[in-house]
Design a protein around this ligand. Sequence first.
Ligand SMILES: Nc1ncnc2c1ncn2[C@@H]1O[C@H](COP(=O)(O)OP(=O)(O)OP(=O)(O)O)[C@@H](O)[C@H]1O
Ligand SMILES: Nc1nc2c(ncn2[C@@H]2O[C@@H]3COP(=O)(O)O[C@H]3[C@H]2O)c(=O)[nH]1
Ligand SMILES: Nc1nc2c(ncn2[C@@H]2O[C@@H]3COP(=O)(O)O[C@H]3[C@H]2O)c(=O)[nH]1
Length: 679
Amino acid sequence: MEAKLKELRQKLEKQCQINQELQNENRDLETRLKEKEKLLEELQSRLDGLDTLSQRYSNDSVDVRQSRAAVMAPEPIPEDMDISTTRVKKTASERAQIMKAMQKNDFLSRLDEEQINMMVELLTSLDRCPGDDIITEGTEGDSMYIVAAGELRVTQAGRNLRTLTSGDVFGELAILYNCKRTASVKAVTAVKLWCIERQIYRSIMAIKSKKKREQLMGFLKTARTFKSLRDEQLSSIIDSMEEVKFQDNEVIVREGAEGDTFYIILKGEVQVTKKVNGQQKIIRKMGQGDHFGELALIREILRTATCTALGSVTCFAIDKEAFEETIPIESLELHDDPDLLENTRTSRKESSLSSLQLKDLIPVLYQEGRYQGSPVTLGLGGFGRVELVTTLHHGKYFALKKISKKLIVEKRQEKHVLFEKKLLLDTDCDFIVRLHGTFKDSRYIYMVMDFCSGGEIWTKLKEVRRFEESTTVFVAACVVEAYAYLHKKDIMYRDLKPENLMLDSRGYIKLVDFGFAKKLQRGQKTYSFCGTPEYMAPEIIQNQGHDFAADFWSLGVLIYELLVGSPPFSSSEPQSIYSKILDGVIKYPPHMGEAARSLISKLCRPRPGQRLGNTKNGIKDVRNHRWFNNMNWHKLRMKQITAPTVKLIRKGPCYINFDRFPFDKSVADEDFSGWDRDF
Ligand SMILES: Nc1ncnc2c1ncn2[C@@H]1O[C@H](COP(=O)(O)OP(=O)(O)OP(=O)(O)O)[C@@H](O)[C@H]1O
Ligand SMILES: Nc1nc2c(ncn2[C@@H]2O[C@@H]3COP(=O)(O)O[C@H]3[C@H]2O)c(=O)[nH]1
Ligand SMILES: Nc1nc2c(ncn2[C@@H]2O[C@@H]3COP(=O)(O)O[C@H]3[C@H]2O)c(=O)[nH]1
């Protein structure tokens, strides 16, 4: 009995021990589970905020419906950067190899001769041993490489992508902007590389086009007919000109032919002849700064004389439409024949809530059946989130944009945020989101804005695939009104896309997110690389300097995307988007009407000076385009039109038109650097 009892006690003790162990294990598992959940949450939130760039470059098929991140090269181009100090001597065969590699590369092959030469000069040489890491995925990068010799391996998340050998170019994304590296590159053998830094590359682009503009400006100022024009008029003429070369004896303009081009002589001599009594009669010779070809355009008649190159001649050519839009005819000297004159002279055709305080803002909570859930997040931005709040006092909803100060410093966006605040506080336009107040604490800056309860145009477009023409006309017209307001104040918007267009409760459009907006004097250009790849104008991609015309380009892209469901220049890889933009070929689907095609092609003209909206009559030309024939602009401004977009807005709780975002318990790091003093 005693023995039995002892045995049972031992068994019981053992069982207790096992139980204890199991309990410990359970606790351990629970802790690990919690850790895993936390990690998962963290990964999810990192994934949410991850630059979509890496997704674009992945080899996997890409969901083109993903909301697109804007990109920006934050550093300004040093105006007086002396890039000549970094010049590296190269042998003829090295130069030839580099040139060949550049010609093979879709992006670099577009540089002109002078730019290629500068780049060849400025590439520095780099030797690396087998096993050396050249690029590490996920790190910041600012150099591009050309393989001179040896073999390298490209991997992504540990997966082999390809092998690079002599003549291959890599790391080219970093040359455009400071993106995180999308793959790793490791030397397999000993390698020799040619390397160039982003700043140097961008300087080459900017210096070249700045120099050229200055030269052209100087030239036009000395040309007889243009010297009285203002700088901004000259600037838009330069934007619409194309350089063309003619050989000795080449006929540039033939008497009796149809004419659609106007010329200014940049170099060389041109002889004008005319048929008189069946004989060719020399009338005059014209030289540098003279112009010709204006009569056929102005009077809408056939060419009245023949103009032939004497020796080699370089001219600036401007096509008829751009000529009519940029050149003030009253200032142009006409080469009229007195007899012609007689017959043809007439033949030409809510108030701000100033007392609002941060502590008055109450988060609006999701309604889960009878219970209240977590606070409503309306959207995630690159630097924080936008939450739905209300106030007891006003009983109104507001969108509260909460931005991490530390992140702004890390991404060097201080100036942009300060400008965004200044601009929005100074803005009073029904087509632009209103800013009611700003606050700050040690971690965040806050912006209290109108709540656009209808949601994003981007989400609506995803839901219906593409918009009907009347809806698109309405959306585009609202954007035109917002542009008219901004441009009049000399502000460029620079980030037009469906993601930045919000609907108010009546279906009217408001522009949000002014992170890239900039004030620019008329006639000036700015050189920063920014925007969203699919919407970038060619002159931004090429670092040629851009202005208000870039906004009209993106308006063309927007109209296309709304009517078609995807943008005209799209790809999973940014380089390929940029190449398509530079090629400028737009494929219109059969269902798109002729008027829409006409407007898009005029807004997406490669030369900024020829773009509708940026021409002589400015934005009026856009409003007057026949695609907008049924738009009553006055009624639109008065908000007297029933918005066709209203049918896209869902009815229900105030957040029903927004995606649901998980609650984020994390807090941003503190920042005491003081950049937000004026915020
Ligand atoms: N006034 C608003 N009313 C309703 N929702 C808004 C408002 N402003 C922004 N949102 C929502 O929040 C999202 C994020 O906006 P935010 O401007 O911060 O982001 P973003 O466009 O990515 O800008 P950023 O480049 O500054 O990060 C928007 O896409 C939109 O869904
Ligand atoms: N992501 C990716 N990068 C590649 C591939 N093939 C070559 N690369 C190069 O690897 C480079 C890694 O750095 P970058 O992202 O700057 O630019 C990348 C490309 O130049 C590929 O298939 N995918
Ligand atoms: N008809 C005419 N054209 C001239 C004369 N001198 C220069 N031109 C230029 O020759 C051009 C021929 O083409 P256009 O008729 O378009 O425009 C004409 C003028 O710009 C002139 O004396 N008579």
